[in-house]
Design a protein around this ligand. Structure first.
Ligand SMILES: NC(=O)c1ccc[n+]([C@@H]2O[C@H](COP(=O)([O-])OP(=O)(O)OC[C@H]3O[C@@H](n4cnc5c(N)ncnc54)[C@H](OP(=O)(O)O)[C@@H]3O)[C@@H](O)[C@H]2O)c1
Length: 266
């Protein structure tokens, strides 16, 4: 590399990289947390609020959403909530309408800057009993609705040079038994988000944090299963929600990363 090229601060494309001030997050981000009432969603929303971001919470159960919004209230202001069941055909429209109501978009800024996708159930679907509706339902919640939601909000995200971070599952590349429907859906959303990262670059970054186990319903009730599963991972234990939050926040802030899968605890 020549001396002059090395000294140049402008990237070859002529596009400006995010300035230092962007990296230092001069203003709070407005972040939609999907699956906000789940084990990890709660921790992620809490982590965002703790660092001064504004969150909008969406999930299915209105009571859980209300309780959570009260817990996250700061200076008399509770986060906005949007109740939507992602298996329903109008869920994406409902979430977008809820965001618009909470914060009307302007020419410079949309209703949301970033999205964290932490939604969906973990259904056990034993192979012998696998049914068409298991696959359809799981694909809808984990893949179809999240991908359409990012699509619908892409202009908002672009205005903020925003990011999407989704929680993936390490089982997509190292499958375990009894979860064909779930793992199929997690694989679909991983691929769909990678495709979106190309469609939305350079204005919006799209990444996946792919987890080992934080909590497993069967292992939580069975210490020997817990031990067996935990010792399969090189670090020898399940993760904690806070360890996931740490990586999700880092991925939201990683302004030179898109289309990547960051594997943790696997
Ligand atoms: N926990 C782990 O060990 C682990 C490991 C690997 C990957 N992950 C991934 O991490 C994410 C979060 O996991 P988690 O353990 O926090 O899950 P969780 O506790 O089961 O929470 C799931 C969240 O998704 C919402 N949800 C479920 N079905 C929905 C539907 N039909 N429409 C709208 N919202 C719906 C739930 O809302 P309601 O309560 O209102 O239904 C809840 O907020 C998931 O994508 C999961 O695949 C988790």
């Amino acid at each position: 590399m020549s001396g002059s090229a090395r000294e140049s601060t402008a990237p070859p494309s002529g596009e400006s990289p995010p300035s230092e001030s962007v990296r230092q997050r001069p203003q709070p981000r407005r972040v939609l947390v999907v699956g906000a009432t789940g084990r990890l969603g709660v921790a992620i929303a809490g982590g965002l609020v703790a660092r001064g971001d504004e969150v909008v919470l969406t999930a299915r159960d209105p009571n859980k959403l209300d309780r959570m919004a009260s817990r996250l209230e700061r200076d008399g202001k509770a986060p906005a909530t949007v109740c939507a069941d992602l298996t329903h055909a109008d869920a994406v429209d409902d979430i977008v309408a809820g965001l618009r109501k909470a914060q009307a978009p302007t020419a410079d800024r949309g209703s949301v800057d970033d999205i964290v996708l932490a939604c969906g159930p973990f259904p056990r679907t034993p192979f012998e009993e696998l049914r068409r509706e298991d696959l359809e339902r799981t694909l809808l919640v984990h893949a179809v609705a999240p991908l359409l939601l990012v699509h619908a909000l892409s202009q908002d995200l672009a205005k903020a040079r925003g990011a999407v971070v989704a929680l993936g599952d390490a089982g997509v590349t190292r499958p375990y038994t009894n979860h064909v429907a779930y793992l199929t859906a997690k694989g679909a959303v991983r691929t769909g988000l990678k495709a979106l990262s190309r469609e939305l670059a350079p204005d919006v970054r799209v990444n996946v944090v792919e987890l080992g186990i934080v909590s497993d319903p069967e292992a939580d009730a069975d210490p020997s299963r817990h031990h067996r599963l935990a010792t399969r991972s090189p670090l020898g234990r399940f993760g904690s929600p806070q360890e996931v939050v740490h990586v999700v926040l880092a991925m939201l802030d990683a302004t030179w990363v898109t289309g990547e899968v960051w594997g943790i605890g696997r």
